[in-house]
Design a binder for this molecule. Structure first.
Ligand SMILES: Nc1ncnc2c1ncn2[C@@H]1O[C@H](COP(=O)(O)OP(=O)(O)O)[C@@H](O)[C@H]1O
Ligand SMILES: [Mg+2]
Length: 366
């Protein structure tokens, strides 16, 4: 079922916190709203669920305008960060709660509990109370309660944020498998860009009550529309170097601190000598080198963080922190001896310094 948001605005009194959001979520799509804390993700989700009134704009689910429809009649199911389970009910009754309210037959309720607890690996725990379950199991019960209702849309609000790192990774994969299996249209809110990258068919990056960019995860990773998205997605995020455009014999270059770096052949850089730009360099795309030669930007490594197969090399470029992600297979002592980096010009991203917007012509797949 599709969900459509048109110019959705939310005000609390005089304070506007969502400034007119347009979004179309397609049938069976898994869309993730991601952004820093306080940017309006939960408010947007709660307006879709009917838990918050929509101040302005139109919400459509499955072709029907929902602005004035009560939450229970919207056919959506929401999963919260804090699980919101009934502590006095066991797992089976928690899962069945919505069905009992709907007065489904005992037989059909039992069949649903059996099926859903099977899918979620809860069959052995049906008699337990929530207090006797682990965090991951509780979150699964909360999902079970949403699934049995067979809603048109699943809404998730940071469902994994209360879990420890290992469990979070595990549950993330489970949610993705569940979606592949059930194919229910899903809107998922998180502040965690890794969750967004791994779960989403499309990511919606939000900032301060507005949408910064919408696109497939790798599209946003490779072609961020602006410096905000560039600095939000990716771990570590894209390095940003303030620079000025100059021209060389074989095309435009970025100049900073007496260094120059070949830039992609973009229209906006032709004859744009002196234009102030931000040069975006993904930590994964900068190649550490041990010899400074022409085309190499020199730097001094001041910290190496080893992660196993990879290491993060920290340094400063143009007075800003600069991080590279390097393979450890070549040996840590080689990394300790890194003297600079180079990068193919087509892997560099260029932003306008004043607006932060990506220069046009960079939205080609790399
Ligand atoms: N009931 C409320 N009254 C006033 N302001 C609110 C209320 N709920 C949320 N806000 C404000 O709206 C903004 C967006 O909040 P929220 O949607 O919860 O952000 P997020 O989920 O992205 O962290 C925040 O600035 C928050 O303080
Ligand atoms: Mg929130």
């Amino acid at each position: 079922m599709s969900v459509q948001l048109e110019s959705i605005v939310k005000k609390y009194g005089n304070l506007q916190v969502v400034h007119g959001i347009d979004l179309e979520v397609g049938e069976k799509e898994f869309v993730v709203l991601v952004g820093p804390s306080g940017c309006g993700k939960s408010t947007t989700l709660r307006m879709i669920a009917g838990l918050e009134e929509i101040t302005q704009g139109q919400l459509t689910i499955d072709g029907r305008i929902m602005n004035r429809v009560a939450p229970k009649d919207r056919d959506v199911a929401m999963v919260f960060q804090n699980y919101a389970l009934y502590p006095h009910l066991n797992v089976a009754d928690n899962i069945a709660f919505g069905l009992k309210i709907r007065r489904e037959s005992k037989q059909s309720i039992e069949a649903s509990i059996k099926e859903v607890s099977g899918i979620l690996g809860l069959t052995e725990y049906l008699d337990r109370k929530p207090s006797d379950l682990s965090g991951g199991q509780r979150q699964r019960v909360a999902m079970g309660r949403a699934i049995v209702r067979r809603p048109k849309v699943f809404l998730f609000d940071e469902p994994l944020s209360n879990l420890d790192a290992k469990l979070r990774t595990q549950m993330r994969a489970e949610i993705k498998r569940l979606h592949n299996r059930l194919g229910v249209t899903s809107i998922y809110v998180t502040h965690d860009q890794v969750e967004a990258m791994t779960l989403a068919d499309r990511i919606v990056v939000m900032n301060d009550g507005r949408i910064e960019q919408i696109g497939a995860p790798m599209d946003l990773f490779l072609n961020p529309a602006n410096t905000f998205v560039a600095s939000f997605l990716g771990a570590p995020p894209m390095n940003q170097i303030a620079a000025v455009v100059a021209q060389s014999a074989d095309g435009p270059v970025a100049e900073f601190n007496n260094h120059s770096l070949p830039l992609p052949h973009l229209e906006g850089l032709q004859g744009a000598t002196g234009r102030e730009i931000v040069v975006g360099v993904r930590p994964e795309f900068a190649e550490p080198v041990n010899v400074v030669s022409p085309g190499v930007v020199p730097l001094e490594i001041d910290l190496i963080e080893t992660l196993g197969s990879e290491a993060l090399l920290h340094s400063m470029v143009a007075n800003e922190p600069f991080v590279m992600k390097a393979d450890t297979l070549t040996g840590i002592n080689v990394l300790q001896d890194v003297k600079g980096f180079k990068i193919p010009r087509e892997l560099i991203r260029v932003f306008d310094a004043a607006s932060g917007k990506a220069l046009p012509g960079q939205d080609q797949p790399v």
